[in-house]
Design a protein around this ligand. Structure first.
Ligand code: AMP
Length: 276
């Protein structure tokens, strides 16, 4: 499956993807991923996108990309956003809604999407509902990945990543062959600025206060799928669809479309067919 370059998402404004997704043979999936920082949302987002042909829409990536573009192009609002990010605090709803609001074409894109890191507050969830309505699309499912806090903190403090090719490592669970060097491209591994121990605790508190209420919000809409996030990425991926399927037994699927399955993940990992 094609690997979209996400230019329209990362740059916003008039930017267009040079490698846009192909129209899918079946319905496209529009998913939101929730879960505390470090629970593995990014890895699941990559798997879901690869297997569903959807685009990975991460708001953290928009901000990190703006930072890489250099300070010359930063508006005062973006500079304030990057400062909040460094401290592990949330960027203001106003700034986030402006960034996501100007990316409506990504929300209605024929390939579908996996939203990772947005919404993070009830105000953002309300705004997302309105935006999706404006674009004439709706959410299919909201996956919430769950792990004990102690495990999350251990994961985040040992996480290292390659700034060149974005490969992710863990000092104990998935170390590179040569300490500090990326196995894939030879880049020098770094720790994300917001993965420092003092910042991690702030991010966890911020999650509890601001984002946890979204579980009730999406639960009420009948979209929430709770997924225990232990095990390998493939196990968590498969468990997500199993939990989703059991949830669908008690309600009408949101879009009433048949799932189009997976081309890369194999039949065992294909999302369930949605009854028509
Ligand atoms: P992430 O990569 O999703 O962990 O996001 C990294 C940081 O970007 C967060 O800790 C926040 O500072 C900021 N951020 C990303 N998405 C949002 C959002 N939807 N609302 C507020 N802040 C955000």
């Amino acid at each position: 499956m094609k690997n979209p370059d996400r230019k329209a998402w990362l740059l916003g404004g008039d930017a267009l993807c040079s490698n846009p997704p192909d129209p899918p043979p079946g319905p496209s999936w529009r998913l939101v991923l929730l879960g505390a920082p470090g629970v593995g949302k990014g890895t699941q987002a990559e798997l879901l996108c690869e297997r569903l042909g959807a685009c990975h829409l991460s708001t953290g990536d928009i901000l990190r990309n703006a930072k890489c573009e250099g300070t010359r192009k930063l508006t005062p609002a973006l500079e304030a956003a990057l400062s909040s990010m460094r401290q592990g605090a949330l960027v203001s709803d106003e700034t986030m809604l402006e960034l996501v609001g100007e990316r409506g074409r990504c929300l209605r894109c024929c390939g579908g999407f996996v939203l990772d890191g947005f919404p993070r507050t009830v105000a953002q969830a309300e705004a997302l509902d309105a935006l999706l309505k404006r674009e004439g699309v709706g959410l299919d499912l909201v996956f919430d990945y769950e792990l004990p806090t102690k495990e999350i903190v251990a994961r985040l403090s040992g996480r290292r990543l390659c700034p060149e090719c974005k490969a992710v490592y863990h000092l104990t669970h998935q170390p590179p062959e040569k300490a500090g060097i990326c196995d894939v491209c030879g880049g020098r591994l770094i720790r994300r600025e917001d993965d420092r121990p003092e910042t991690i605790l702030t991010r966890m508190r911020v999650y509890e206060e601001n984002t946890r209420p979204l579980l009730e919000w999406y639960g009420r809409q009948g979209l929430l799928v709770r997924v225990p996030a232990h095990g390998t990425p493939d196990e968590i991926y498969a468990r997500g669809w199993t939990c989703g399927r059991s949830m669908e037994n008690g309600r009408t699927p949101p879009s009433g479309k048949a799932g189009r399955g997976s081309t890369a993940g194999g039949a065992a990992l294909a999302p369930p067919a949605r009854p028509s």
